[in-house]
Design a protein around this ligand. Structure first.
Ligand code: 5GP
Ligand code: ZN
Length: 401
């Protein structure tokens, strides 16, 4: 596995090879690879093999420190890791699909996508219509539950995320929103001096106000906060919303597969344990029919959220043991890999307890959500069916071409 180098111009990197001293199990290779992006700012690319980690590193890096941080990540994630039980709920990976190439070069050539900065893309008409088609499928799913529509902000207060332990679980992917301090001298100085160098704003850090809000990493959190600290109306809620979500992914931000700023549609269930689990299952069955009509090659399997290293092992084992997360992993024929385009999630009573959302009997509410990434599903579809609508399934062609 390779991470592409960062695009901006820096001196030639040097190769650093690290032997972890134990064998990284195959099921942890991808997770180690992803987390190495956060080890040290001087790492430009990384490739992980069971016995060897190869890094391209900027020459001025302090290698002993960097190697120690890499070792810490690898040991924390992979040393003595126990293979999680794979649970496959649906397997349609064998469905024949007509396309084999990587859609990225063609999308760039046709100006169907343009990169504004790493992980930030503008989408052209073809991809936009395709994302709109999938959005209509997810809206039909939401309608089948008579889900109540919501609109949520892009910003989310820091105190909200603190209440649900987000800083401990996912610190690496946070994105902070700030503004200039409300001080005439600060604003005047900024207006005179602010400039961009190498894509970075050159302004004094003390010009900026303390962070009160972040860019939201998920849609369903906003619903849980709207329901916090009171009894749940009628003891159950089904809601739906779409929103921009932000997860910083450092040097892993290379294609539509991984975006810093992406769009997520969610259908959200709040109520008793049985209510949430039954609806999560019904949602999966309904989406199975939608994917069958399209002819998508995919499987649904158990998964875990991308917890940071200190929390990863414990939380991932917990999610796996209690079957809390299943991902829709769509086949990418061009590199024989899969891409998660959506997930079926059950949070037990975590949000109900953390946010004091109560059922009529006074116990904490259970929650679950089904979440779909619109850019990812459009990308995965293009990877299987190509950019020429004449090769698309009739239903998609009629709706999106
Ligand atoms: P989850 O809550 O399961 O982490 O995310 C739900 C869905 O959002 C994922 O299955 C995926 O489709 C989408 N998503 C999550 N992270 C990213 C990302 O970094 N880039 C893109 N394009 N989509 C993402
Ligand atoms: Zn959610």
């Amino acid at each position: 596995m390779e991470i592409e180098p960062r695009s901006h111009q820096k001196p030639e990197p040097v190769l650093v090879e690290i032997e972890p001293g134990f064998t990284i199990p195959d099921f942890m290779l991808a997770e180690v690879q992803i987390k190495l992006a956060y080890a040290d700012e001087h790492i430009r690319s990384a490739s992980v093999q069971p016995e060897l980690i190869r890094l391209q590193v900027e020459a001025e890096a302090s290698q002993p420190e960097l190697i120690e941080k890499v070792q810490r990540i690898v040991e924390s994630l992979a040393k003595g890791a126990i293979r999680p039980k794979t649970q496959i709920l649906e397997d349609y990976m064998d469905r024949p699909v007509p396309y084999k190439a990587d859609p990225m070069p063609e999308l760039i050539r046709l100006a169907e996508i343009s990169q504004e900065s790493p992980g930030v893309f503008a989408l052209g008409p073809l991809v936009t219509r395709l994302a709109g088609y999938f959005e209509s499928q997810f809206l039909a799913l939401a309608d089948s539950f008579q889900a109540a529509p919501y609109r949520f902000p892009t910003l989310i207060p820091a105190r909200y995320l603190e209440r649900v332990n987000y800083f401990r679980s996912f610190p690496h992917s946070l994105t902070f929103a700030t503004h200039l301090r409300s001080d005439l001298d600060v604003i005047d100085r900024f207006s005179q001096e602010a400039a961009c160098a190498g894509g970075e704003l050159t302004a004094s850090p003390d010009s900026f106000a303390a962070v009160q809000n972040l860019l939201s990493p998920a849609v369903c959190y906003h619903l849980y906060f709207a329901l916090a600290d009171k009894p749940l109306p009628q003891g159950q809620v089904i809601a739906t919303a779409v929103g921009h979500c932000f997860r910083y992914e450092a040097i892993n931000l290379t294609s539509l597969e991984r975006l810093w700023d992406f769009t997520m549609r969610e259908v959200i269930f709040v109520g008793s344990k049985d209510f949430v689990l039954e609806n999560r299952e019904t949602a999966r069955q309904r989406m199975r029919e939608a994917f069958e009509r399209i002819g998508l090659a995919y499987r649904v399997e158990n998964a875990n959220d991308p917890f940071f290293i200190g929390e990863f092992r414990k939380q991932a084992a917990f999610q796996s043991a209690f079957q809390l997360k299943f991902e829709i992993r769509v086949s990418l024929p061009f590199n024989q890999s899969t891409l998660a385009v959506g997930s079926y999630n059950y949070h037990q009573d975590f949000f109900g307890r953390s946010l004091n959302i109560t059922l009529p009997d006074g116990s904490p509410a259970h929650t679950g959500c089904v979440a779909f990434g619109l850019e990812r599903i459009a990308f995965a579809f293009l990877a299987q069916f190509g950019l020429d609508p004449s090769g698309w399934p009739a239903e998609v062609r009629q709706a999106a071409a």
